[in-house]
Design a protein around this ligand. Sequence first.
Ligand SMILES: [Zn+2]
Length: 254
Amino acid sequence: MLECPGQLSPDWQRAFFRLRPLLWAELRESPHLFLGTAGEIVYRGSSSGSQGRPLIYFAGQQWDTVRNYSRDRAFLDWGIGEDTPILNVASRLFPLRPKDGVILGTVDEGFLEEFLGLIEGGFRVLRGYPSRLCEVAGYLQGKRLPRLQAVICTGEVLFAWQMALLEATFQCPVINKYGCPEAGVAGLSCSAGRLHLQTERCFFEEVEGEVLVTDLYNTVMPIIRYQWGDVLQLYDTPCLCGREGVTGNYSGGE
Ligand SMILES: [Zn+2]
């Protein structure tokens, strides 16, 4: 039986768990079917996915505000505050915050000179795709570099050899960022190597070995019990780093 708008079903908790999981392919095929309040759209995103065709999603102001808050809070776990500028290196990534910078172009002598100037000038955190960061690192191996605070890898699977190369070259922790933006799923790895998920944004379930997620803030395009197909495993034991919250491991589908 349908309820009137504004009324909560007295049986909503059990009813929620009876909802069929939503598959990534279903959402990608017909994103318009999931639009709730189109008038409040302030954000349009696309998620590349592994099968070529992007998935388009929409969200509102509250979703965007919470997303930025959660991101900044996760950065603070690594001591990256709003006064710590992040340099986006040789990628199509947009700067996240006003103080952040970008360096683009082919990795050649001119690029490396500009790059060294930027890190000597105050950029202590790098962010980029692992493949591009490793390309830059390949030219800098064995060079004395200014002390960096962290390297943040995003957008691609981070392989162990890439992490080792980046750690050896830049002499700092390498943070792996995981995200499934249309589901509101995001998290950074910790010093113990686990992924700390931003549970303030999402409700996570594990059903028959699959992780389902419900975005708690996207009322524009409600995505409920979403099974997005990545091989994300949740841990049921506390993390050795001492921080609380839901942690997982992302193997990148290998
Ligand atoms: Zn941890």
